[in-house]
Design a binder for this molecule. Structure first.
Ligand code: ACO
Length: 315
C-alpha cells in the first residue's frame, strides 16, 4: 500500500472497509477537498488559544470546539459518524497548519481544492506549491501512519466512545494520548536527540553513554514488533531519497549510524527502530518544523481513529 496507493484511498479503505472503485475514490477525494475550510468563528477563537499552545494541545482544543458545530451530537449512527469522520479527516490538515501559522504570525493560507491531502498540507504550512518528490514523501508518510491496530491512542478513543460519549470526545482523548513521548511524541524526541548528537562520529559515544545510564534511545522499541518496524523500512528509504534530493545528509547519516550501533547493543532485548525513528529526518528535509511532528501523525491517524470508533460502536 505504501508503494502503490495514496492517502485518500487508504482513508476510504479504513472508513468504508473496502477499497474504493475509481469513481468512489474520485467522489471521496472531492468531498475531502471541499470540506477543508474551517468555520470562521473557530479561526477567530484559534487566534486566541493557539498563540501559546503546543500543537497537539491546540489540535485537541480545536476538535472539542468542532463538537459545538454538530447539532446532533447524540446521534451515534454509522451514517452520522461517517459524515463526522470524513469532515475530521478533511479538516485536520487545516487545523494543524492554521494553528502553526497563527502561532508564528504568518499570513493564513486558504486550503486548495485542487490538491491532494498531502500537497494541500505542505502548501498551507509552507505557503508555497510543494515539489512532487515532497508530496509523494508526505503522502507515503500519511499512509504509513494512518492506522495501526490497538495502539495506545486508538485504545483511548475506543474507551471514550464505549461510554456512548461522542466522536469528538473520543478523538480528543486519542490526541491527548498520542502526545506522550513514548507514543507519537517520540518523533520530536528523536529529532532532539539527533541534534544533540550533532554528527555521525559522535554516535558511538552517545549510544554507549545513554545505555550505560539506562536511558532509552528514542525511536527504538515497540510494544508489538520485536523486529524492525515494517513502516520504518519505508521511512528509511524515503529519508535517504530526500537526503539525496536535497543534498542534506546530516540527520540521515546520524540516524543510519545510530541504527547500526544500537541494534547490536539491544539485540538481546529485541529492540529495533520503530516508525518514529526515520520520520524526523523525512520531515526535516520537507521543511516541516519539529513542533509539528506529532500533529502530523494525528493528521494521518485521524482516519484510523474514526474507523475504530465506528467499529467499537457497532458491537
Ligand atoms: N532504548 C533502550 N532500551 C530500551 C528501549 C529503548 N528505546 N526500549 C525498551 N528498552 C529496554 C527497557 O529499558 C527494558 O530493559 P530492562 O528489561 O533491562 O528493564 C526492555 O528494553 C523492555 O522495555 P519495555 O519498556 O518493557 O518495552 P516495551 O515493549 O513495553 O515498551 C516502548 C515499548 C514504550 C515503545 C519502549 O520501547 C520505549 O519507550 N521506546 C522509546 C520511545 C519510543 O520510541 N516510542 C515510540 C513507539 S512507536 C509509537 O508509539 C508510534
Amino acid at each position: 500500500l505504501a508503494e502503490h496507493s495514496n492517502y485518500e484511498e487508504i482513508a476510504y479503505l479504513l472508513l468504508f472497509g473496502k477499497l474504493p472503485a475509481k469513481q468512489e475514490l474520485k467522489d471521496f477525494t472531492r468531498k475531502l477537498a471541499e470540506q477543508r475550510q474551517l468555520p470562521k468563528e473557530l479561526v477567530k477563537l484559534m487566534k486566541i488559544y493557539t498563540k501559546t499552545a503546543n500543537s497537539m494541545d491546540a489540535l485537541r482544543t480545536s476538535v472539542s470546539l468542532l463538537a459545538d458545530y454538530d447539532t446532533n451530537l447524540s446521534d451515534l449512527s454509522v451514517e452520522k459518524n461517517l459524515e463526522r469522520g470524513i469532515d475530521l479527516v478533511a479538516k485536520f490538515p487545516t487545523l494543524v497548519t492554521t494553528a502553526y501559522r497563527i502561532k508564528h504570525d504568518l499570513k493564513l493560507v486558504k486550503p486548495k481544492k485542487n490538491l491532494s491531502s498531502a500537497a494541500n498540507f505542505l502548501c498551507m504550512l509552507l505557503g508555497e506549491t510543494p515539489r512532487e518528490v515532497a508530496v509523494k514523501a508526505l503522502d507515503t508518510d500519511f499512509i504509513l501512519h494512518a492506522e495501526h491496530g490497538f495502539n495506545a491512542s486508538t485504545f483511548s478513543a475506543r474507551v471514550t466512545i464505549s461510554t456512548l460519549s461522542d466522536m469528538y470526545a473520543a478523538i480528543a482523548s486519542a490526541i491527548g494520548t498520542l502526545k506522550g513521548p513514548l507514543h507519537g511524541g517520540a518523533a520530536e524526541e528523536v529529532f532532539i536527540m539527533l541534534k544533540k548528537i550533532g554528527a555521525a562520529e559522535n554516535v558511538e559515544s552517545y549510544a554507549e553513554n545513554a545505555l550505560k545510564k539506562k536511558e532509552k534511545i528514542m525511536g527504538f522499541g515497540h510494544r508489538v514488533y520485536k523486529t524492525m518496524d515494517p513502516r520504518a523500512v519505508h521511512l528509511k528509504a524515503m529519508s535517504k531519497k530526500l537526503a539525496e534530493d536535497t543534498r542534506n545528509f546530516q540527520y540521515f547519516s546520524i540516524s543510519e549510524k545510530l541504527e547500526h550501533v544500537v541494534v547490536p547493543l539491544l539485540k538481546e532485548k529485541r529492540i529495533y527502530p520503530n516508525v518514529d525513528f526515520y520520520s524526523p529526518t523525512v520531515y526535516n528535509n520537507l521543511k516541516i518544523p519539529e513542533e509539528l511532528f506529532d500533529a502530523i501523525f494525528a493528521t494521518s491517524r485521524i482516519s484510523g481513529w474514526v474507523a475504530h470508533v465506528i467499529e467499537q460502536l457497532s458491537d
